[in-house]
Design a protein around this ligand. Structure first.
Ligand code: SF4
Ligand code: MG
Length: 317
């Protein structure tokens, strides 16, 4: 928490949101300026819930969310307005998140209009600049979402997210619906924009392969908890949690020297409503021991900031 001052975002989030079936049980992380935290886990693990909590679309029952050092957890909607500008979201399916009856230009201009930023001419100028910045042609401003390809629609979503000059962008599976070649283009665009604007990203995905290129650090979630968080290289080259190893076994190896153990999980993901006792992963863990059924492992970090929650993989002291 002492580091909070230097971070645009830190979130410690506990509890079950009203109306949410899925519990998130104590997730805490910080994202630095210009940094990407990849958040990975199978569907239903709670990663989107974490994204929504950060955006304050749902209320946590305990914990806190800080943006640029300021605690925004308890802010009322009116006080949140200023913060809304600084936090934007990009969704998985740009088609369903873009109004089909609005022109692309108006979709990108809408946040500026809603926040009363600039006059009509200034807004148009800003929109044209944003189109250029995300690789769309200015004359495409008059087109409707259905006239764009999937990748172009995601560029449109990014332009809209950028309109207000945010410091944090939450991408909730922003490339999961795109073809692999288009995924790479959108990820490269996001990385260029990050460098240019010092953006922080919370990049949510169900696949470790997708976050490898863009993330500075990666957090892995299982049944509502972060089980491992580490700088990218450490996570991919020397994972400590058996669940991370299993996820990595499914990722094609990009480097010939990286050899990965084949690790296949048994059984299905248990219900997050009534998670297993002890280590939540014990019902599927290939190396579980008796202690794992009753004793919950803590997320223990080594000196390099590589943390994992596993009784058998504690860092050497
Ligand atoms: Fe597996 Fe036990 Fe480690 Fe959980 S604590 S990941 S069950 S070995
Ligand atoms: Mg989701």
């Amino acid at each position: 928490a002492g580091l909070v001052k230097h971070y645009p975002l830190s979130a410690a989030w506990f509890g079950r949101a009203r109306g949410q079936v899925r519990a998130v049980d104590g997730v805490s992380f910080a994202i630095g300026e210009g940094e990407t935290l990849g958040l990975v886990g199978e569907s239903g693990c709670g990663k989107s819930t974490v994204g929504k909590a950060v955006l304050k679309l749902i209320e946590p029952s305990a914990g806190s969310i800080r943006l640029n050092g300021e605690d925004i957890t308890a802010l009322k909607p009116a006080a949140m307005v200023a913060h809304r500008r600084r936090m934007q979201v990009i969704f998985q399916d740009p088609y369903s998140s873009l109004n089909p009856r609005m022109t692309a230009g108006n979709i990108v201009a809408e946040p500026l209009i809603n926040f009363g930023i600039g006059n009509r001419a200034e807004q148009q100028e800003r929109v044209a600049a944003l189109f250029g910045r995300v690789g769309l042609r200015p004359d495409q401003r008059d087109n409707y979402p259905h006239e764009f390809s999937g990748g172009q629609r995601q560029r449109l979503g990014i332009a809209r997210a950028l309109a207000l000059g945010p410091s944090l962008i939450i991408g909730d599976e922003p490339v999961s619906a795109l073809d692999v070649s288009v995924q790479a283009q959108v990820i490269n665009l996001m990385m260029d924009l990050q460098e240019e604007y010092r953006l922080s990203y919370l990049f949510i995905a169900h696949d470790l392969g997708v976050v490898e290129h863009i993330s500075h650090r990666v957090a892995v979630m299982y049944l509502g908890k972060i089980v491992e968080v580490a700088p990218r290289a450490a996570l991919f080259e020397a994972p400590r949690h058996p669940y991370t190893e299993a996820l990595l076994a499914a990722v094609p190896v990009s480097h010939p020297r990286q050899r990965r153990r084949r690790l296949v999980l048994k059984g299905d993901v248990p219900s997050p409503i009534n998670p297993p006792s002890g280590c939540r992963f014990h019902t599927r863990c290939p190396i579980a021991v008796e202690r794992c059924r009753s004793e919950e492992p803590l997320l223990v970090a080594d000196t390099d900031g590589h943390a994992a929650a596993c009784h058998l993989r504690e860092p050497a002291r």
